[in-house]
Design a protein around this ligand. Structure first.
Ligand SMILES: C[S@@+](CC[C@H](N)C(=O)[O-])C[C@H]1O[C@@H](n2cnc3c(N)ncnc32)[C@H](O)[C@@H]1O
Length: 218
């Protein structure tokens, strides 16, 4: 996904103000994601975010969890500028300069010290499955014992879409890129978690047929 000249990284048109990009979907869902995050994730320590996009989720979470140090990042250069722009705009001292990690790259986790949490919002279905595989493999190595991985997005459940709109969304993702697609929580994602030493601790129903899914390292 670092070859962003060939492949769009988001499914929406985004306005800009200097480096800061505005995501219409982040504006719609950031409050409910923050609520789920605050209920389930560590409220202190270090949390790594991968695939941060514009950075709007990160700053929304960072403002609500001031004892957490956030490490946002994205392989996309313009997204990294936007993340830094949003952190500066809000004067947030608990948001680090963005990293450029691509979780499908072998050994990506070696760039970091152990962390208390990892967040990835709307990433694994808009990336090849190797990104989900790499995310879990790295999470298994990077998370401290008791550390948590928070995912947000659409998932199918045990082989079936939960809504006709999700089936249509899956088709539209695959028509853009055959390696993208709505992932199956029980059949595709939980096995990756188990292999990495993580267990599923919470599945939260979210608006518009999405889920927040939380895993914990033993
Ligand atoms: C649809 S955007 C979501 C951005 C943001 N999390 C949000 O919800 O607004 C997906 C993001 O994941 C990033 N991404 C795609 N593949 C990735 C990978 N292998 N490793 C890390 N980030 C990746 C893209 O560059 C893009 O910014």
């Amino acid at each position: 996904m670092s070859d962003d000249k060939k492949q769009p990284i988001a499914l929406e048109e985004r306005a800009r103000e200097a480096a800061r990009m505005f995501s219409p979907s982040a504006a719609r869902n950031r409050d409910v994601i923050r609520e789920a995050f605050l209920k389930t994730m560590p409220r202190s320590g270090v949390i790594l975010e991968v695939g941060s996009g514009t950075g709007e989720h990160c700053v929304h979470l960072a403002a609500a969890a001031p004892a957490v140090r956030f490490l946002p990042g994205d392989p996309d250069v313009a997204s990294r500028a936007s993340i830094a722009g949003w952190a500066a705009h809000h004067g947030l001292s608990n948001v680090a300069a963005p990293h450029g990690v691509d979780v499908s790259a072998r050994g990506w986790h070696e760039a970091f010290h152990p962390v208390d949490g990892i967040v990835s919002i709307n990433m694994i279905h808009i990336a090849p499955f190797a990104a989900a595989e790499g995310l879990f493999e790295g999470a298994g190595r990077l998370l401290k014992g008791g550390g948590r991985l928070f995912l947000y997005g659409p998932f199918s459940r045990d082989g079936a879409h939960i809504a006709a709109s999700n089936a249509a969304f899956d088709e539209s993702l695959k028509s853009r890129n055959p390696s993208w697609g709505v992932r199956d929580l029980e059949r595709e994602i939980t096995p990756l978690a188990e292999k990495a030493g993580l267990s599923l601790t919470a599945v939260i129903d979210m608006p518009a047929n999405n889920f927040s899914v939380i895993f914990e390292k033993a």
